[in-house]
Ligand binder design. Structure first.
Ligand code: NZQ
Ligand code: ZN
Length: 373
């Protein structure tokens, strides 16, 4: 991790001198905020090609064009410059290039990744943690399937985290990042007690820091220190550390991905909608952790257990709303007719036993979505 102001220049030493590099990026934000120029001057004199236009929620159809380019040009190092979408897309390209057969099988049929090109990252939006993990989420636009894969072979060789690259982010994307990072912690923390007090306290620290720093970094986008703290929170939320040895949920993400695939909602918007309802519907199996979360994260100690749990859920929803991410399907003009469609799509893909206890079956998914109204 190359963290701090001006660190983009250090990538020169991280990429082999003989490498044929492909710089990948999104819709062009890096061209207007100076990041593109910094990257290009760091790789000046090297063999460099570029591939732009990777969309938010990266599409297979676009990424396959990059795969073809890499194969034709003999590119052997990928440099992703952007947010989770560009990084995830680049991880897919890295795995797809040497793959024999249809690379979509890596996601659709969990075909094993046996080889991948090396990749580096220059992160421009704190949110997903993709800069320090093995995950990638890609959408097949043709069928609107949004699926994930994971492989240690696509773990970035290095990642630059320069908080200044995020100064140009619209408020909406900062808010999204706060909600995404918060929910990543919750997916790994809000399950059941598992004799993991250290992981619990680390998770609680990230949540509390996000609650403290989120509004601050929204209020003053050029506050370097606040942005730096937020950036590190988002990385720590999904780099594997707090998830070691503990049960994990991820059903909020699984359901949320359907809302993005079907309705084009931002990833974090889907989480803000689904998480509070998940907490409510599945309260009995999460009871002990809900009480712990209420006390340690929100300082809720008064009232009956039920009152404390309700207050913790309401505090979570209010926090998301307070940073500007709405938490109801109706806020996005989505009606209840989407519910049976989502349930059916998950069933078709045999995603019928989600959550830390595999008890989030189609009926529970429906109940959760009904409450999202
Ligand atoms: O495309 P450009 O022009 O760069 O604009 C982007 C995009 O429109 C813009 N942006 C990024 N950095 C900027 C900037 N605008 C101004 N200044 C900057 N510095 O922000 C928009 C959103 O970018 P995107 O990369 O889509 O956001 P995010 O980082 O939230 O990534 C979301 C994707 O990651 C997946 C999500 O499902 C979604 O597809 N996830 C990946 C995970 C992982 N790999 O571990 C886990 C997550 O749970 C998540 O599922
Ligand atoms: Zn997420």
């Amino acid at each position: 991790m190359l963290f701090g102001k001006g660190q983009i220049a250090s990538i020169t030493a991280e990429i082999p001198a003989s490498a044929k590099i492909l710089v990948t990026y999104g819709g062009g934000s890096i061209k207007t905020n100076g990041v593109y120029d910094q990257v290009m001057s760091a790789v000046a004199g090297r063999q460099v090609m570029e591939f732009g236009g990777i969309e938010p929620n990266p599409r297979l159809e676009t990424l396959m064009k990059a795969v073809e380019l890499v194969r034709n040009e003999g590119i052997d190092f990928l440099l992703a410059v952007g947010g989770g979408s560009v990084i995830d897309g680049t991880k897919f390209i890295a795995a797809a290039v040497p793959f024999t057969g249809d690379p979509w099988d890596i996601l659709a049929k969990t075909a094993p990744v046996k080889d991948a090109l090396p990749l580096g990252v220059v992160l421009t939006i704190p949110a997903t943690g993709s800069e320090m993990n093995t995950f990638s989420v890609v959408t097949k636009w043709e069928t609107k399937d949004k699926l994930a894969f994971s492989s240690p072979l696509v773990y970035p060789r290095f990642s630059v985290l320069d908080p200044e690259t995020t100064f140009s982010l619209p408020q909406k994307q900062i808010a999204n990042g706060i909600v995404d990072a918060f929910t990543h912690v919750m997916e790994q923390y809000l399950t059941y007690p598992a004799h993991a007090p250290l992981q619990d306290r680390m998770a609680e620290s990230i949540l509390k820091t996000l609650i403290e720093i989120g509004p601050k970094t929204l209020a003053d986008p050029k506050d370097y220190d606040a942005r730096a703290i937020f950036m590190w929170c988002a990385t720590m939320a999904l780099n594997g550390l707090i998830g070691v040895g503990v049960p994990q949920d991820w059903s909020t993400h699984d359901i949320g991905h359907e809302l993005t695939a079907l309705h084009g909602l931002d990833h974090a918007q889907t989480l803000a909608i689904v998480l509070p309802s998940t907490m409510s519907v599945r309260r009995s199996s999460k009871w002990q952790k809900l009480l712990q979360y209420a006390e340690r994260v929100w300082g809720i100690v008064d009232g009956t257990e039920e009152e404390r749990v309700n207050e913790a859920i309401a505090s979570t929803r209010n926090f998301f709303e307070s940073v500007g991410v709405r938490t109801r399907l109706s806020d996005y003009g989505i009606g209840r007719e989407t519910i049976p469609i989502i349930v059916e799509r998950l069933e078709k893909r045999r995603q019928v036993a989600l959550g830390e206890q595999q008890d989030v079956n189609p009926q529970v998914v429906e109940e959760i979505l009904q409450l999202c109204g």
